[in-house]
Structures are given as C-alpha cells and as structure tokens.
Write a protein that binds this ligand. Structure first.
Ligand SMILES: N[C@@H](CCC(=O)N[C@@H](CS)C(=O)NCC(=O)O)C(=O)O
Length: 284
C-alpha cells in the first residue's frame, strides 16, 4: 500500500469517536496548582492543551470515491497532517452508532479536527462543508475576497447539487441497476453530458472553474476522472480535458489518488449482501 508521507495510517472506523473519548479518559490527573499563582493556572493549561492538539492529525473518514477524493486532495494540497480511517460502506460501517454521531446522513467523507475553533475538536460532514471549513482554516484554495469567494461557492454548490448527484445516478443506472432501464440511463447520462458541456464552456476562457485553482475544482475532478462510467468521452470536451489533465498532474492530487484501501478493491458489487446494504435504503 502506497501512503503519503503525511498519512500515518489507514484504519477501520468501528468507533470514530472512541479515539477522542479515550484521549479524554486517559488524561492523567494533574496535581492541584499551587495557590500562590491561581490566576495563571487556567490559561497556561488551556494553551498547553491546544498546543498539543495542534500537533494531532486530522482524522479523515474515507472510502475511495469521488466524494472521498475531494477531501484527500484538499488535505494533501494544504499539507495538513491527517490519518485515513476507512469506512467500509460495503459492510455497513456507515450505520454504526459511533459513525452516525459524526455523520447523521450515514455517508462519508467526514473529518474530525482535534484542533478546531477555539482549540477544541470539531467534526464536519458533507464534503462541500468540509472543503469550505478547511479552506477557511488554512486560508488556502478558498479566497477571502468576497467576489472571488462567491465564484468558488457557485461552482462548489453547482457540483454538490448537480454534477455529483446526476453523475451518481448515471453510474447507478448504467452499472448497478438490476434491469437496464433505458429512460433512466438516458436521462442521467444526458444530464451528465450537459453538465460536462457547462464546465467545458466555462473552461474555454479560464484556467480553472472559478479563475484560480480552488476547492471548486477539487470538488469536480473526481467525477470527471470517472467520465467513462457515466458514458462520457472526454475527447468531446477539449477544455474540460485540458483542465482535468492539469489537475491530475498536480503532485498533491497524485498522492490523494494513490491512497489505497485494500478492502475497497475487493468489494464485489454483485454480492447480494453488499447490494442489500448500499441499495434500497429507507428511513431507519
Ligand atoms: N452529499 C454527500 C454525499 C456523500 C456520499 O454520497 N457518500 C457515499 C459514497 S460516495 C456514501 O458514503 N455512501 C454510503 C451509503 O450509500 O450507504 C457529501 O458530499 O459528502
């Protein structure tokens, strides 16, 4: 398994919260501070606590799909230390109570940042919210200037509400549906084709979707990577192809795409047990 130098481990996520909980439980009891300097005791301890938290890596709850890649790309681009916790969605790990506590929609990706706002831990679910959070945290790939930020948000939300869901449905009806329903296949394949065309037009006059490389590009690139599965030929979209090749060649993106989760390569989407977990979900 090839790993980024910044990634410490790929671990299963039976208990996403337990690490934080353990950390709290394991904290040794400190001796009561001397009474001579009572006012200095608390701020000193707080500063020490957040300084040690700032050294802890971000935990990325992950499975290798376009939604997962968005976040591994951003973490790699920002040079943030992180560990990958695999969430085996083919085995139903997304439904464990511990995971639901940080991801109420039972979907990955999720991040757990030990050094969140105020120096305290925070978890974030929904890939768009995670990208914005990391962009604000690091000041990278998410401009502060309001006009530039609006442009990034437009394309980020365009991906979240359009490209991602439509590509997901195209993939489902083309590859996983038990019957080949021509109407559904055409509807979603055509819609992805239209959306690729929108990107292609946008990229005719710009290097990246919002001008400069940003979280909006990171959100979209994984879906373009899987163009064939959605019945698309990149040759039909020359500007999109140029954009995709430029992003794919970035060292951080190469590292993110190189993260291997062995269990994911072994998943058989024809296995009735896997299909029962992933498809036909209803309210619980
Ligand atoms: N809107 C969510 C979508 C995430 C999503 O759909 N994740 C899929 C994998 S790509 C998942 O966790 N699926 C688990 C399941 O279907 O039970 C986001 O952008 O974070």
């Amino acid at each position: 398994m090839r790993r980024s130098s910044r990634i410490r481990a790929v671990k299963s996520t039976k208990s996403p919260q337990s690490k934080v909980a353990r950390r709290k439980r394991a904290k040794p009891k400190r001796a009561k501070p001397a009474l001579t300097k009572p006012t200095r005791t608390k701020p000193k301890r707080t500063a020490r606590k957040s300084a040690s938290r700032s050294k802890l890596p971000i935990e990325l709850y992950y499975w290798p799909t376009p939604n997962g890649w968005k976040i591994s790309i951003m973490l790699e681009e920002c040079g943030l230390p992180y560990v990958v916790r695999s969430v085996d969605i083919s085995k139903g790990e997304q439904f464990s109570p511990q995971f639901l506590a940080i991801s109420p929609n039972n979907r990955m990706p999720v991040i757990l940042d030990p050094n969140g706002p105020g120096g305290r831990p925070i978890s974030v679910f929904e890939s768009g919210a995670i990208l914005q959070y990391l962009g604000r945290k690091t000041g990278q790939f998410y401009p502060r200037d309001e006009r530039a930020r609006v442009a990034v948000d437009e394309w980020l939300f365009w991906q979240m509400g359009g490209l991602g869901p439509m590509a997901g449905q195209a993939n489902h009806f083309r590859r996983y549906a038990p019957e080949k329903i021509a109407y559904a296949i055409d509807r979603y394949t055509n819609e992805v084709n239209r959306l690729f065309g929108v990107m292609n037009t946008r990229l005719a006059a710009r290097e990246f979707l919002a001008g400069r490389y940003s979280i909006a590009d990171m959100a979209c690139v994984g879906w373009v990577r899987l163009a064939e599965r959605m019945g698309q030929e990149l040759a039909q979209f020359p500007h999109l192809k140029r954009w995709f090749e430029a992003i794919r060649a970035r060292p951080a993106v190469k590292r993110a795409f190189a993260i291997r989760v062995e269990a994911a390569s072994a998943v058989d989407m024809k296995d009735p047990k896997v299909r029962a977990i992933l498809f036909g979900q209803t309210a619980r």
